[in-house]
Design a protein around this ligand. Structure first.
Ligand SMILES: [Zn+2]
Length: 110
């Protein structure tokens, strides 16, 4: 993707961010430009495409935009940092996730 297309992606994310009060669902960081943020797909409906079905991020967001606009409850605005953690954790089975949460809570300094 060239610079113009990358900017178009940020613009689409920013427009959709309004549905989520411009805040990351996890850390509440403010989304001001669309950069460093993503629209996380919580649940896929049967037959719905994923980002893997597209050759670039702009085509994916053009496809996603009207779906998010109609069903924002199936999505979340998250910063890229937290999105990486969420998608990684989601790959674990429930019992393992529980143990990971327990151990990380025990290890935290707060
Ligand atoms: Zn965040």
């Amino acid at each position: 993707m060239n610079k113009k297309e990358t900017f178009q992606v940020y613009e689409l994310i920013l427009r959709l961010a309004a549905l989520f009060y411009f805040r990351c669902n996890v850390c509440h960081k403010k989304c001001t430009t669309g950069k460093y943020f993503t629209i996380h797909h919580i649940k896929y409906m049967p037959g719905e495409k994923t980002y893997k079905d597209f050759s670039n991020r702009l085509d994916y967001y053009k496809y996603l935009f009207p779906i998010v606009a109609v069903h924002p409850e199936r999505f979340a605005l998250v910063c890229n940092k937290d999105h990486g953690v969420v998608t990684k954790l989601a790959r674990y089975k429930k019992q393992i996730r529980k143990r990971l949460f327990k151990l990380s809570n025990q290890s935290a300094n707060d």
